[in-house]
Design a protein. Sequence first.
Length: 182
Amino acid sequence: MAKVPDPVDSLDPQARALYDHLVAERGRVDGMYRSLLNHPELAQHIDELGSYLRFGDSVLPDEVRELAILRTARRLGAAYEWVKHVPPAREAGISETVIEQLRQEQKPDGLTRAQEAALSVVECVLERQSIPQDTQDALAKEVGLKGVIELVVLCGFYQMIAAVIFAFDVPLPEGSHAPFGS
């Protein structure tokens, strides 16, 4: 198991300031960010991008963003990401039925055009395929070209997060259960 040390008790003042910022922004620091704090400068850059995509001036509607994150997490088998993003997905208005269909790797029912187009884009990104022009146009009509670009970057960002979680054996958040079969 390739775990990295938990550096929180030995952070220098600059890294401690980043840790305090992460706690203020996210409520607590666990999992992936605790691992990344072994490289505070990198953790800061990752946090800046992640904060922009999730909490900042993102142009993606919350329900499109969280739907895309759940699809990405499920396709990658990234249980940690899944567990962390089901609550925000619910808050964004994604139904329990859709969440369960995603978990079971089924095509969700009752999605908006933007949500359907977003899932098609997610599939293209994860399969490392070009987005068909009509799919890109359909999503751009709903969220703009900036939204399409943001969605592609969002998928890549969560692939990176999954890589960190898998590589360093980051455990599921305390009290949670594995959402997928092995």
